[in-house]
Ligand binder design. Structure first.
Ligand code: NI
Length: 176
């Protein structure tokens, strides 16, 4: 397993609409394992393939706490089949938008179909943090970020801050 570099806001790659996975094979499983390693290293509880620069509809989640046994979940080609009218609010963050958190309101429960790491069709009804995390990660597959769900004023401020940080990371250019 290897840790991959994370794509950070405002990199336009994050706005890519990812393509469906056509075959669950060894290279794809290796990518899933690398994504999990990258997520644990960060550390985070969810990661979409596009966040390591791979425009594929795959995401990984592990909600186990630090002192618990890891419980990795791999979702390939996830599809939201339905969601509750009931909403819930969580303070969300994103490995592609480090150190920024904001409350986001989403459906409290979602039913999702997907292929697991072995390519088997699965369906789950998720609630609580898993429902939020799944919706956040599935958004990534469509190029949507959690900051798209907050006010424009707040979003503009975050984007501006990250644009400045990206500029500051650029090496000084030689003149003459
Ligand atoms: Ni994210």
């Amino acid at each position: 397993m290897s840790i991959k570099p994370l794509i950070i806001l405002p990199d336009p790659i994050l706005r890519t609409v990812s393509k469906p996975v056509e075959r669950v094979d060894a290279p794809l499983q290796k990518l899933a394992d690398d994504m999990l390693a990258t997520m644990y290293d960060a550390p985070g509880i969810g990661l979409a393939a596009i966040q390591v620069g791979e425009p594929l509809r795959m995401l990984v989640i592990d909600l186990a706490k630090e002192d618990e046994t890891p419980a990795p979940l791999v979702f390939i080609n996830p599809q939201v089949l339905g969601s509750s009218d009931e909403r819930s609010v969580y303070e969300e963050g994103c490995l592609s938008i480090p150190d920024y958190y904001a409350e986001v309101e989403r459906p409290a429960t979602v039913r999702v179909s997907y292929l697991d790491r072995d390519g088997k069709t699965q369906e789950i009804e998720a609630d609580g943090l898993l429902a939020t995390c799944l919706q956040h990660e599935i958004d990534h597959l469509d190029g949507v970020l959690f900051i798209d769900h907050i006010s424009k004023l707040k979003r503009d401020m975050v984007v501006k801050k990250f644009k400045k940080l990206a500029r500051d990371r650029q090496p000084a250019r030689m003149v003459g």
